[in-house]
Design a protein around this ligand. Structure first.
Ligand SMILES: [Mn+2]
Length: 441
């Protein structure tokens, strides 16, 4: 049975195509910087937003029309797997990602939930045999159910800590079974609302213990996925322990976990933290901690996590600049943790949404590679920091001076000459490169 009968396989037709069901910029076979777009971009479909999401929001019920919604319970879960693999095939996407509860309904007990998972995981494994689409990462949802009202690994209740551990244990087993390349930990409710009822030190220590147990269990079962922390500063709690990359990195170092984890960086979470997407990518990259990306964008006028499909080419260009400079994402990828708007409720909209996301990152890749090939930013930045390439600057970088020597040097200074940062010139140059990519130059 087909769930997307009217839609053919999406092909690359080039920038001048008017076919809404075609890629204009994403050409999987086109080589950029020595790698094909498909190899470099490693796109993933988020199971929850595409097959489970009903498009409800805090003000209204779901609007999504999904051909599989005529089913219920485990039949619905099975129909979603069929729909998912048809979607992956038609979109030509190399990866997908899921939480445990996206693929199978929770049972009345943990044992029953695990049995439901076993049935669906076996079905997914079967579909994966005939599919090119692989599992980029899986995770477990330790935040939606009321048992997680006060958190999971950072809950005040030890029984919840144990329950959360049992779910992650199962998640790691599923990841191994399906060959996941990464395993993600998003904090969910790992944070707090107010300090007046919170033992912060115990919660942080427990989180550290929890992650060590996960590392140990993955080793025990021979699951060699890259572990990823996904920072988010707020929502659902007012204070999340994994606020951003910098605080997450400090946490990992404090609990001696930095060798086992990298970061899965989401664009909308970066903006919620008061950062740009590229800031988070850069901070992770320069510390050797960039693992994977949740490719989406927030709404510039709304202060919450809207998870829109990426369409802002300026941002995708700066993001791909960081990813190219990182030498790619390794085992990571660009997972569309993005949902169609509540008003875009038809099955066709799922294709349009992924097409704009994939095309936007393809443009970003092309423009960023051209900027790098032409040394546009590198030459400017090298010149801007040239005072550290010789003389006193080189002595500073090489650790040859102390405050005594620097004071002696500073006392001899008469006039410090600055050069312009040329922000507007560089922005104009960025625009020039973006527009040349449109023109196919
Ligand atoms: Mn989000």
């Amino acid at each position: 049975m087909s769930y997307f009968q009217s839609i053919e396989k999406i092909k690359y037709e080039g920038p001048s195509s008017r076919n809404p069901y075609a890629f204009k910029f994403y050409n999987p076979e086109e080589k950029i910087g020595g790698r094909t777009m498909e190899e470099f971009l490693r796109f993933g479909v988020a199971y929850w937003h595409t097959f489970t999401e009903d498009l409800s929001d805090p003000f209204g019920i779901g609007t999504a029309i999904r051909p599989w919604d005529k089913f219920n319970g485990m039949d619905l879960a099975k129909a979603r797997v069929e729909a998912a693999f048809e979607f992956f095939e038609k979109l030509g996407v190399p990866y997908f990602c899921f939480h445990d509860v996206d693929i199978a309904p929770e049972g009345r007990t943990l044992r029953e939930s695990n049995q439901n998972l076993d049935i669906i995981v076996a079905m997914i494994k079967d579909y994966m045999k005939d599919s090119k689409t692989k599992l980029l990462w899986n995770t477990v949802n330790n935040f939606s159910h009321p048992r997680f009202v006060h958190g999971a690994a950072s809950s005040n209740h030890a029984d919840v800590f144990a329950y959360a551990a049992a779910k992650v244990k199962k998640g790691l087993e599923i990841g191994k079974e399906l060959g996941a390349e990464n395993y993600v930990f998003w904090g969910g409710r790992e944070g707090y609302e107010t300090l007046i009822n919170t033992d912060m030190k115990l919660e942080l220590d427990n989180l550290g213990r929890f992650f060590h147990m996960a590392v140990d269990y993955a080793k025990e079962i021979g699951f060699d996925a890259q572990f990823l922390i996904e920072p988010k500063p707020k929502e659902p709690t007012s204070h999340q322990y994994d606020f951003d990359v910098a605080s997450g990195y400090a946490f990992l170092q404090h609990y001696d976990l930095q060798d086992y984890f990298k970061f899965n960086i989401e664009a909308n979470h970066a903006t919620l933290a008061g950062h740009t997407f590229e800031h988070e990518l850069r901070y992770a990259r320069v510390n050797g901690m960039l693992g994977s990306v949740d490719a989406n964008q927030g709404h510039p006028l709304l202060g919450w996590d809207t998870d829109e499909f990426p369409s802002d080419l300026y941002t995708t260009t700066l993001a791909m600049y960081e990813i190219i400079k990182n030498g790619g994402l390794g085992r990571g990828g660009l997972n569309f943790d993005a949902k169609v708007r509540r008003g875009s409720f038809t099955p066709e909209d799922l294709f349009h949404a992924h097409i704009v996301g994939m095309d936007s990152f393809a443009v970003g890749l092309k423009v960023a590679q051209k900027l790098i090939d032409d040394h546009v930013l590198e030459d400017f930045i090298a010149e801007r920091y040239s005072s550290f390439h010789e003389g006193i600057g080189l002595d500073i970088v090489e650790g040859k001076v102390d405050f005594h020597k620097l004071e002696a040097y500073a006392l001899g200074l008469t006039d410090i000459k600055h050069t312009s940062g040329r922000l507007e010139l560089l922005k104009a140059t960025m625009n020039q490169y973006l527009l040349r990519a449109y023109a196919g130059e």
